[in-house]
Each structure stands twice: as C-alpha cells, then as structure tokens.
Design a protein around this ligand. Structure first.
Ligand SMILES: Nc1ncnc2c1ncn2[C@@H]1O[C@H](COP(=O)(O)OP(=O)(O)OP(=O)(O)O)[C@@H](O)[C@H]1O
Length: 367
C-alpha cells in the first residue's frame, strides 16, 4: 500500500527536460518530467521503448551520453540539485547516496577482478574502512543479496556466475555505499523468466529492510504491479500519468496507461485477450502536435489534436489528458482505448486544482 502522504521526499525530479544534438539543432528527448521518490517506497517508471525512461534515469545520475544533456530542470537530493553539482561531488553521490543497477550486469562488472574485490573496492570508495574490513563487509553484502556460500563466491570471477547471480553482485555493489536511493533500470530484463521474479522479490525485500527509495525503470506493467507503490507512465518524452499503482491500474485516467495495462498478462484476467497498442511510439523528431498519444488513441477528439493537454491533479493522480475527467471504467480490460464513461462526478471538486497542478513547478510523482 502506498503511504506516500506520510513521508518526506528523498529525491525529487522537477521539470526535467533532456535534449540531444541533432543534425538540425537540439532535439528534445524528454520534457517537463516531475517525479518524487520517498524512503521505503518504489516508484516505477514505465513506458514503451523509446519513451525516455533510461535518459531520465541517466540524467538523474549525471551520466548522460556525450551528445545528450539536461536542457532544464532539477534533481533534488535532500535539497541539493545534482544537475548543478560539480562532477567530483556528483561522483561521490553516485554509488554513495544513490546506488545503481542496470540491465546488463556483465558489462558493469570487471572480468579481471573477483566479485569480492569489486564490492570491497566500492565500499572503500565511499566508506572509511580498512581493506580487511571492506573484504568482510563485501562478504556480508553478498550474503545479504542471497548469494549462497558468499565467503567462497567472493573469491570468484564474474564469468563463474550466472546472469542472475551477476545481477545480485551488481546489487551488492549498488548497496556498498549505503545508498538512500536505488535506481534500477530494467534490472530483470536480461534475465531468464525463472530468475526474474526472485530478483524482483530481492529488490523489494532490500528496499523494505533498508528503507530505500527505489526508482524502478521498466517497460513491463506486470513488474510495476508486482513491486511498485507508485507509477509514472511515460510516453514520447512526457509523463502521461503518475500516481499510486493501485489507482493507476484499477482506474487509469490516461488511455495510454489503460492500454499498457491491457497489453500486459494478468493472472486475474486469465483467458481474456491481450490488447496490443495500435501503431508505434513516434521518435522525438516526429512528435505530433496536441496530445502526443492522439494518433494512437481511439478516444481522441479535435481538442486532443489541436492543443497539448494540461496536467490535471485528480485525487492522488496527476494526468496529462484532456479527457481525464471522463473516468475510464474499471472493467475496461479489453477496451481501454475506446471505453470512457461520461461519469465525471468523482472529479468535479478536484477539477478546481487543475491550474494549480499545472503551474506547480515541483511536481509530486506520488501522493
Ligand atoms: N545518444 C543518444 N543521442 C540521441 N538520442 C538518443 C540517444 N540515446 C537515446 N536517444 C533517443 O532518446 C529517446 C529516449 O530513449 P530512452 O533510451 O530513454 O528510451 P527508453 O524509454 O528507456 O527505451 P528503452 O527501454 O528501449 O531503453 C529515444 O527516442 C532514443 O532514440
């Protein structure tokens, strides 16, 4: 259950826009992203490939590719804007207050050092401990990420580990600096289906044990449903909808959130046909005018084609859709992109917050 109202934010992304060098000038990759990560909470950042999820995560860590840069916005960690921080100080934050796990663990591990040395080295980079203490702590961490026989395994090399075990080692490296926040970008995508669930469970357990704030980047709404408290749904460089997972999945306000949900296998809807989302996500060079989702949305009306929708605050959810107050029905599993009820009674009092939500520079990813 989301307890987002009770805890102060650990990390806030405010109005983050990212651009790449293009042949005809800067190309905007993401625009106006607002996210909030709280202690003991997992925020999922979900969307199709190319929606801008990874760029957002990399920008938060200050590790964007050379041709890409932050155009505007802030990434606030305990009041410090990481975007404005000199590289030397940012390096201490990376692997220190913020741990990271990426999709390809083998690429992140050095094949020529034992896994114990690699975890111990990260510990020593961020904590005042002796070599021996670091080595003992490394074994403890390998145990914490449930690597069997950690004392022996610490002396082995990455090639002696399976993909799932390598990802556990990466998690140990990520935890070595005693982070407050963990950013995990598709941490299970490269793993066999059988080990994915165990990895997700481990991240969830560690998050609870250590009271970590977690940003989990994934294209899989099933993963979001499994482990996240809140979710930000990203489409074509913008957050389309953000709010508690339970609310977004049971009553999505944005047709794209509904479409993603209905394209995802779900135990509760066994036997129902999955709905593929028609069309494709446009590249940043071809974003349409108006709502970026309108060419794929069967609910689109002229207003959606003509003007970019405002961000509306509806209950605990923020949504970028002109028709959001026309509630999506809860049982729209196979009809999400063409099934809105006209019942807006629940939202009538909340609509008055529309303008303030839109103008509120500091978005709250989860309430
Ligand atoms: N180095 C780069 N230079 C320019 N554009 C890039 C670069 N890397 C990625 N992009 C573009 O930025 C957009 C967002 O990419 P990003 O990788 O953040 O998407 P994503 O949602 O994480 O997708 P995926 O799950 O496939 O990684 C895409 O259109 C992508 O083509």
């Amino acid at each position: 259950m989301s307890t987002t109202e009770q805890t102060a934010p650990l990390l806030e992304v405010r109005g983050l826009s990212i651009e790449a060098k293009g042949p005809d000038g800067p190309l905007v990759l993401t625009e106006g992203t607002d996210l909030t990560i709280r202690p003991g909470q997992t925020l999922g950042l979900v969307g199709e490939s190319g929606s801008g999820k990874s760029m957002t995560g990399l920008a938060m860590l200050g590790v964007l590719p050379p041709s890409v840069r932050v155009r505007a916005g802030q990434v606030l960690l305990g009041g410090t804007d990481l975007i404005a921080l000199p590289e030397k100080e940012l390096r201490a934050v990376r692997g220190g207050r913020i741990g990271m796990v990426f999709q390809e663990p083998r690429r992140s591990l050095d094949p020529s050092f034992t896994v114990g040395d690699q975890v111990a080295e990260t510990i020593r980079a961020h904590r005042e401990v002796s070599r021996k203490q670091a080595r003992n702590l490394a074994v403890e961490l390998l145990d914490r990420v449930r690597i069997p026989d950690p004392g022996t395994r610490a002396g082995q090399y990455p090639h002696q580990f399976s993909g799932g075990m390598c990802q556990r080692v990466m998690l140990a490296v990520a935890l070595a600096g005693e982070p407050e926040v963990l950013i995990a970008d598709e941490p299970t995508t490269a793993l066999d289906v059988t080990v994915q669930a165990a990895m997700l469970r481990l991240i969830k357990d560690l998050q609870e044990e250590l009271n970590l704030g977690v940003l989990l980047i994934t294209h899989d709404m099933g993963v979001v449903a499994e482990v996240c408290d809140d979710v930000a749904v990203m489409y074509a460089g913008q957050v389309a909808e953000v709010g508690p997972v339970r609310d977004v999945l049971s009553a999505p306000r944005h047709p794209y959130s509904a479409a993603l949900r209905d394209a995802t296998p779900d135990e509760c809807r066994r036997g129902e046909l999955l709905q593929a989302i028609p069309g494709q996500i446009p590249p940043p060079s071809a974003w349409p005018s108006g709502c970026r989702f309108h060419p794929r949305c069967s609910l689109a009306v002229d207003a959606c084609r003509e003007a970019a929708p405002d961000v509306l605050q509806l209950g605990r959810t923020r949504v970028r859709c002109a028709r959001a107050t026309e509630n999506l029905t809860e049982n729209s599993a196979n009809n999400s992109t063409n099934n809105l009820t006209e019942n807006s009674t629940n939202d009538s009092t909340e609509n008055s917050t529309n303008n303030s939500a839109k103008n509120e520079g500091a978005g709250h990813g989860a309430r």
